[in-house]
Design a protein around this ligand. Structure first.
Ligand SMILES: [Fe+2]
Length: 304
């Protein structure tokens, strides 16, 4: 039986934090997001501008991404999805009033045991954008290091109906559930870890002002801004206070599933540009990539 599950939006990322206050200060006063609500358990529900939350920060003994929430259409039945998942041997639970802003969600785990939420509706208090901070427009994508990259790619493509959009050898596979080139990047690092979380900027000028603002807040830019191969997004990377890698990007390729190709751009290496296998030795796999893996591995080892 073919899966009927069709996420269309990366809704939220839920992080365990060693210091929720320090992380919330970063999201509010550096990125410029807004805390909409602090839950009874002390968790911060933080909005990029419209949704009740796009980032959740909760106190934990380890600093790590725990849960990813995807939005599905209103007419998709959570109980039907639950029945379908059961046929695939995947246990799930429908949770009501489990977290503020989302009245009902379905919870299950991916092959790396990241917790996945599917939800139909989220409150939209629309706190707006703080234009004197970095002020990204949205949560765009998450890159995960996987212990089981093949299983994980199969899961997202065949159970959650993500589109394959690119790969870099056996190193990374790019997947999307909407028009963005990727909302998920699964990398073969032989470790379960978040490689980075990415937020979208308006344009390259926004990169310049963001870089200046990050410098004023003593957040060193680790790489970029520079244009990637897969996705062609202009990207820069910096650390949050707990050494999670944050990407800011713009001009990401837009995927047209009906054509299985990307909206053409002058900087594409081939026209029309279709999902392809990029050279492992492309520019991103330079010293920066080794440094970033080292820094993420260091975080994994010390449990920071
Ligand atoms: Fe990225």
């Amino acid at each position: 039986m073919k899966s009927m599950i069709q996420p269309f939006k990366l809704g939220y990322a839920d992080f365990g934090c060693l210091s929720v206050n320090r992380m919330a200060d970063f999201y509010e006063n550096t990125l410029g997001f807004t805390t909409v609500e602090v839950g009874e358990n002390g968790a911060y529900y933080i909005s990029a501008g419209v949704d009740h939350h796009n980032v959740i920060l909760r106190s934990s003994s380890t600093s790590a991404l725990n849960t990813i929430g995807y939005q599905i259409a209103k007419n998709e039945s959570l109980s039907d999805i639950q029945k379908y998942l059961k046929t695939k041997g995947i246990s799930s639970e429908i949770k009501t009033d489990f977290q503020p802003g989302v009245s009902k969600l379905l919870e299950f785990k991916d092959p790396d045991e990241y917790i996945i939420h599917l939800f139909q509706e989220m409150e939209m208090p629309a706190p707006g954008y703080k234009l004197d901070k970095v002020s990204p427009h949205k949560l765009g994508h998450i890159a995960l290091g996987s212990l089981k990259p093949k299983d994980s790619v199969d899961f997202y493509m065949n159970i959650l109906n993500f589109h394959y959009t690119d790969r870099i050898g056996d190193k990374a596979t790019f997947l999307t559930c909407n028009s963005d080139h990727h909302v998920l990047n699964i990398s073969n690092f032989k470790h379960k870890m978040m490689h980075h979380v990415a937020f979208e900027l308006k344009d390259s000028a926004h990169h310049v002002s963001s870089a200046d603002y990050l410098a004023s807040k003593k957040h060193e830019i680790l790489w970029g801004p520079s244009r990637h191969t897969a996705g062609h997004n202009i990207a820069s990377y910096h650390h949050d206070p707990e050494l999670n890698v944050i990407e800011l990007y713009t001009e990401m390729d837009q995927y047209i599933p009906e054509l299985d190709c990307f909206d053409p751009r002058p900087w594409h290496e081939e026209l029309p540009l279709k999902p392809r296998n990029w050279d492992f030795n492309c520019t991103w796999f330079t010293k920066f990539e080794n440094d970033i893996i080292d820094s993420v591995m260091k975080k994994v080892k010390v449990g920071n």
